[in-house]
Design a protein. Sequence first.
Length: 317
Amino acid sequence: MPFPNGQRKRRERKEKKLKRKRTRRRMLLFMLILGIGFLVAVRFLCDYHGLEKVQPLEVLQDGTLVAQPGALYSRYAVLVRRSDGSVLLDKNSREQMYPASMTKIMTVLVALRELPLDREVSLTSDIFEQMKRENASVAGFRPGASATVRDLLYGAILPSGGECCLGLARAAAGSEEEFVRQMNREAQALELEHTHFVNSTGLHDGGHYSTAWDIAQLLDAALDNPTFREIFTARRYYAAGNDIAVFSSLFDSGFDTELPNGTIMGGKTGHTNEAGYCLASLASIGGEEYILVTAHAPREGQNIEDAVHVYSSIDIK
């Protein structure tokens, strides 16, 4: 039965009113979801880029730094002044951890001792197949390419090229296994008492471990080699024979490395899921050189932020 005109109009007004209410509710719900999404996105970006505020480091009268809870992202850290071996910051530095690609400091040091810089090394295809299987970082050389030892040394340190490490290991010792034995003998000679290597790249293995203290001692010894120092402090290198440019994973990371009181001169980054984000670095501050090793930062860039934070806290009176 048709509605009378008045009743129909009242019904239409009521339906329009209900429709407006539903529209407003949907808009409010949409704005609420959008706001929550924005806050989550901001939080994620801050976490991802290591932009959360960290607590200041406490500076004692003797210049020693104390990392209170919340002062560093890294679980392990040690800061050493090279001139006298003074330890200015220590956070779990003697505890066992996984060194990831900081391992390549030893790889390059041993290769420098065993190989002439201008020797040509062939990078066979099985090297790259192994790198692919292990999801390892590479410098960009091509299967079957021939490169000098010098090229491979830079490729191992700057972009953390796994193919460079395997090429050097095979050239120096015939196999990676034999080369690793040489790495462990060198660790014993340097009295790195809590270090054991299983491979030349730093890829995760439960039996491949070190401590922040041992890595700092290793880097200190390696820096006494002028060629190692030149490689370690380079920002880029051009391998002319292969038309490949390689860049430092520290300085080409996109994260700020500037210091208000000095200069970060070089560094070797590292990362595996088990090791977290690591960094072994060298800085010059107030006429002194300092080595800082940090390990197991949770997110990308936080290893670099920790380095800047620690070096910036050094008191140069």
